[in-house]
Write a protein that binds this ligand. Sequence first.
Ligand SMILES: CC(C)(COP(=O)(O)OP(=O)(O)OC[C@H]1O[C@@H](n2cnc3c(N)ncnc32)[C@H](O)[C@@H]1OP(=O)(O)O)[C@@H](O)C(=O)NCCC(=O)NCCS
Length: 172
Amino acid sequence: MIREARAAHAVRVHLRPATSSDLDLLERLLVEAFNWTGETRVTLAEVRTDPQHAHHLRGWRRSTDLGVVAEAPSGEPVGAAWARVVPVGEAGYGYVSEDVPELGMAVLSPYRGQGVGRALLDTCVDALRGAGRRAVSLSVEDGNETARRLYESRGFVRAGRVGGSDTLLLRL
Ligand SMILES: CC(C)(COP(=O)(O)OP(=O)(O)OC[C@H]1O[C@@H](n2cnc3c(N)ncnc32)[C@H](O)[C@@H]1OP(=O)(O)O)[C@@H](O)C(=O)NCCC(=O)NCCS
């Protein structure tokens, strides 16, 4: 899964598997994903401790967790995509079933719009397929057209609705 990805427009990033040492990074990126509007709606402390949010990454990396990190040539992490199987007791936004992992992703703001997200998504989906997964789901909030366009361009289709968000599903 380690490879170089030529981003669509400019930046060249190195993609590598996410490890247990990436928990802090993924937590920061999960905050970015929640706060995609630019407004601080969820804090790092809430991502770490609030039961409503903490289940997304608690105990990372479990044997069934899987993720990809994008690094700039300097080695600085600039984004990641990750997927986790969610038990029914923790079902929330993006949940479809216990055998469908949920995907989360974010790219740091200065690196957006340069193909990094697409490279991360494609690589994470390939890895899920390689791991024998039959489908992957995610939640996209109304108004997040950048993310929605990316997912729909990769074949995700609407499979449900929770609050102001659609649950999208990609069959692998
Ligand atoms: C969503 C996100 C991960 C996409 O990553 P990215 O690196 O910016 O995306 P890419 O540059 O690879 O672009 C992929 C596609 O996204 C869409 N896109 C990217 N930037 C866009 C913009 N400014 N306006 C509209 N669509 C855009 C396009 O469909 C694009 O495909 P194209 O290049 O063929 O036109 C990133 O914007 C991000 O981190 N956003 C904040 C966090 C977030 O919303 N996470 C997802 C929560 S569901």
